[in-house]
Ligand binder design. Structure first.
Ligand code: ADP
Ligand code: MG
Length: 258
């Protein structure tokens, strides 16, 4: 096994509030790792530090052994870290395939040089990526008319455009119907399997988390309080306590923060 991502003592304070508190973990190659926790636990803050959007107050982030905290989001992306956002950010005036082509152009650094020819460039490669997420048939549709789940699948193909070794997915299924959630996670699991990509994701449908992740970490008030496989997490008294209110872990968070 090889470690793709590692954090050591990762911490972020907003004034007096310590949103992420001394978080250390490792993510292995080909691993699908879930980061769960109640609303406000610090998950997005953690993601933002990994992506270079927020500088840590203290602590370090390593990608394949190389320290990456302090680098810009663009530099981190270039090192092979793909991401999907909690809020979808695509060009709605363009077609599905044009969005993917833009991502490929951007990866290859020639957006401005070749913009007028963008519609011809990388069409084949873009089709391949769309095929991978089951969106090939919708390649020439405008994004504005896509169903939400399809938009998310396109977003995933964009994240894959630069062949990342690591995908960071902050609530990739937010706003999706339960069936779509399962489908997107199945697709992600397949991509992990086929391409050996590593994935760190958050998700608040616990059934989806338990069904698809290899390992689960639980964050509460900025601190990692548990880590293990689905059975271990389900049976952890500490985790049960954190999710109290809804009774069991299974539906406690459903719809809490979509
Ligand atoms: P989660 O994604 O687990 O719901 P967040 O990481 O978004 O949690 O937030 C963790 C805590 O940090 C929350 O209390 C939130 O209000 C606070 N927080 C997040 N971003 C900021 C910010 N930019 N400035 C101040 N407080 C923030
Ligand atoms: Mg969040």
């Amino acid at each position: 096994m090889s470690v793709v991502l590692e954090t050591k003592g990762l911490t972020k304070a907003f004034g007096g509030l310590v949103a992420v508190d001394d978080v250390s973990f490792q993510l292995q190659k080909g691993e699908l790792l879930a980061l769960i926790g109640p609303n406000g636990a610090g998950k997005s803050t953690c993601f933002n530090m990994l992506m270079g959007q927020l500088p840590p107050t203290s602590g370090e982030v390593f990608l394949g052994g190389e320290r990456i905290n302090g680098l810009s989001p663009r530099q981190i992306w270039r090192k092979g870290v793909g991401r999907t956002f909690q809020i979808t950010s695509t060009y709605s005036s363009m077609t599905v395939i044009e969005n993917v082509q833009m991502a490929l152009l951007s990866h290859n650094g020639d957006v401005f040089k070749f913009l007028p020819f963008a519609h011809k460039m990388y069409r084949e490669k873009a089709m391949e990526l769309l095929d991978m997420v089951g969106m090939a048939a919708q390649a020439d549709r405008h994004c504005a008319v896509l169903a939400y789940g399809d938009l998310k699948r396109m977003e995933l193909s964009i994240a894959l455009a630069h062949d990342p070794q690591l995908l960071l997915m902050d609530e990739p299924t937010a706003g999706m119907a339960p069936k779509e959630r399962v489908a997107l996670m199945e697709l992600t699991a397949k991509i992990v399997e086929d391409r050996g990509v590593s994935v760190l994701f958050t998700e608040h449908d616990m059934d989806v988390v338990f069904a698809h992740s290899h390992r689960i970490m639980v964050l509460n008030r900025g601190k990692l309080i548990a880590e293990g496989n689905a059975t271990e997490i389900r049976n952890s008294p500490l985790v049960q306590e954190v999710y109290l209110g809804g009774g069991t872990l299974f539906d406690a968070e459903e719809g809490a923060d979509a």
